[in-house]
Design a protein around this ligand. Structure first.
Ligand code: PLP
Length: 223
């Protein structure tokens, strides 16, 4: 199936999820996760009108960047080793996986302009998942004030791999509550307006629970 056809289906599903939850589809940004696909397929996605691209490895991002350059807005969505920061920092607008001060320090050192970061939270508490425990998030974000290039755009989570709708909903709802708490702190470096949550199998539920960025790979660009 062509990317444009998949995009139309997803836009339709987003519109329906927004209607169910009284939200405006314009408030949802689709990030096409191109990590599994060829450069040709990424070019097709760009031509279909997708403006936001996500990659989870520095080498994958670099390869696609060589062809697409800054035509899309780039998001780094995966675990980021500090020593890899220098390879991606001049290419990305958003980093979705800020989860430790040492990484914040490196981003701050390498960035030439401010970087919009999502603080990754391990809401479900699964050991295999990266991210801060929900209880650590407030203090972590307060400590980020020392890094003048870091803007906390919002919070990010990966839900557990399950079809259990209640479990997914609970996970997304917890992140939304946490975001509201952080926003209320009114920290200049942490507007925390956004929620990066929802992937191919759970983006509809994530939108119903307040996602503003959905990161969609297989359902959108999968071959
Ligand atoms: C791969 C990946 C996605 C997209 O996954 P799909 O299930 O293919 O939609 C989203 N977020 C992160 C962090 C990923 O690594």
């Amino acid at each position: 199936m062509k990317v444009i056809e998949k995009l139309h289906l997803i836009q339709q599903e987003i519109a329906e999820a927004c209607a169910r939850s009284n939200r405006n589809p314009e408030d949802i940004t689709i990030v096409a996760v191109t990590k599994y696909v060829t450069i040709d397929r990424a070019v097709e996605a760009l031509e279909a009108g997708i403006q936001h691209f996500g990659e989870n490895r520095d080498d994958g991002l670099q390869k696609k960047w060589e062809v697409l350059k800054d035509k899309p807005t780039w998001h780094f969505i995966g675990t980021l080793q500090s020593r890899k920061v220098k390879n991606i920092i001049d290419k990305v607008t958003y980093i979705h996986s800020l989860d430790r001060l040492s990484l914040a320090k490196e981003i701050n050192k390498r960035a030439e302009q401010s970087v919009k970061c999502f603080v990754q939270v391990n809401v479900s508490g699964e050991e295999s998942k990266h991210g801060l425990d929900p209880g650590q998030v407030k203090e972590f974000i307060e400590q980020l004030a020392q890094f003048d290039k870091i803007i906390v755009a919002g919070l990010m989570t990966m839900a557990p791999l399950t079809d259990d709708e209640d479990m997914l909903r609970t996970c997304f709802r917890k992140l939304k509550h946490l975001q509201t708490e952080i926003k209320q702190l009114d920290l200049p470096h942490a507007p925390c307006e956004d929620l990066s949550m929802g992937m191919s199998n759970d983006f509809k539920i994530a939108i119903e629970e307040g996602a503003t960025f959905v990161r969609i790979g297989s359902a959108l660009v999968g071959e």
